[in-house]
Write a protein that binds this ligand. Structure first.
Ligand SMILES: NC(=O)c1ccc[n+]([C@@H]2O[C@H](COP(=O)([O-])OP(=O)(O)OC[C@H]3O[C@@H](n4cnc5c(N)ncnc54)[C@H](OP(=O)(O)O)[C@@H]3O)[C@@H](O)[C@H]2O)c1
Length: 321
């Protein structure tokens, strides 16, 4: 496992265990599809396997299963005294879902309420990293900065970050916030690579040249913000993986060749592609299976050559400038 050094010389693993899918949807006794969650023993097994593999960072959010993901993690902590202290726990807030409807929010009082509820569910007295989950068109940077200060001063949150935000809004928040913005979590994979595409298709009339925040990679690098990639093997949101998917035949053929060369598996190659970026991007692994977690962490042993990286990149049909 490779480690990233944060402020205070604290070391966190480059690979993160993502615990969104433990919310697991099933059919309840009334025949309705609803979040039932995986058995707590399965979640426990995933977390212990992660630790065995050198992963010391877990990711969740208050909206995963309407709090169920955090609750399950809290149960695992309760069953295993001392486990919490071995892990860097990240959660997120910012999606309001009430009987009135659903919206995004970064209101300071709302952030504080969310953290207090997350602490209860997670059965802990502090969150290591809090991300603002979604952009908010009504965002007031001063209000957020004050909420961050309060949470930091009360010892409830140690590091702060964002997810799915534009570079400009991060810069705006940084201008007001005394607390550093340490993390930015974004969707990134060989297929969903808009952050890279923007840099590789600058100033063209191509689809990939459309501005989708093409400055994100350089912005984070310039400002010392640690990027985290999510949905690293998902083809498109709500679609299944591109691994062994006939829609991505050329990429899978290249992956087969690389698996043989590096004596590894395709999940590891997909993560190694992200980790090869100069930003040392952290990769969130969202599997519910211990065996897949084990396979994915082999990415740390693979360093793709520049040619292999570009071969995979262009295998999805992107044009070359
Ligand atoms: N900030 C955000 O807005 C945001 C959004 C989404 C997710 N996230 C975070 O990122 C984490 C990962 O996201 P994710 O779960 O969407 O991404 P992911 O890790 O790319 O996808 C995992 C999914 O792909 C399946 N999978 C993986 N390898 C496979 C293979 N070789 N063959 C068939 N299926 C395969 C997994 O199933 P198995 O369980 O069978 O392995 C799982 O359903 C989440 O847990 C969450 O923590 C954040």
């Amino acid at each position: 496992m490779k480690y990233i050094t944060l402020a205070n010389n604290e070391k966190v693993s480059q690979e993160i265990l993502g615990l969104m899918r433990i919310q697991w949807k099933g059919v309840d006794e009334n025949g309705n599809k609803t979040y039932l969650g995986l058995p707590v023993e399965d979640v426990e097994a995933l977390i212990f396997k992660a630790l065995d593999l050198g992963i010391n960072f877990i990711d969740t959010a208050d909206i995963y299963g309407h709090g169920l993901s955090e609750e399950l993690i809290g149960k695992v902590f309760e069953r295993n005294p001392g486990l919490r202290e071995k892990l860097f726990v990240q959660t997120k807030c910012g999606v309001v879902s009430t009987s009135e409807g659903r919206r995004n929010s970064t209101e300071g009082s709302y952030i504080i309420e969310c953290v207090n509820r997350s602490l209860e569910r997670l059965k802990t007295d502090h969150i290591d990293s809090l991300l603002l989950h979604m952009p908010d068109a009504l965002f007031d940077p001063q209000d957020v900065a004050e909420a961050f200060d309060q949470l930091y001063n009360e010892g409830k949150v140690r590091y702060f970050g964002v997810s799915n935000w534009t570079s400009s809004n991060i810069a705006l928040l940084m201008k007001y916030s005394k607390q550093p913005i340490t993390f930015d979590q974004e969707q990134l994979s060989i297929v969903h690579s808009f952050m890279v595409d923007g840099e590789m298709s600058v100033n063209q009339d191509w689809e990939n040249s459309i501005e989708r925040d093409t400055q994100k990679l350089a912005f984070c690098r310039l400002n010392g913000i640690q990027l985290q990639a999510y949905s690293t093997v998902v083809a498109k949101i709500n679609e299944r993986t591109f691994i062994d998917n006939p829609n991505y035949e050329k990429m899978n053929q290249i992956m087969d060749r690389l698996c043989e060369k590096y004596n590894t598996n395709k999940n590891a190659i997909a993560l190694a592609w992200i980790q090869r970026l100069p930003e040392n991007v952290m990769t969130v692994i969202g599997t519910t299976k211990v065996s897949r977690l084990e396979e994915s962490t082999q990415a740390c042993d693979v360093r793709l050559t520049a040619q292999e990286w570009y071969d995979l990149y262009y295998s999805t049909g992107k044009k070359m400038l």
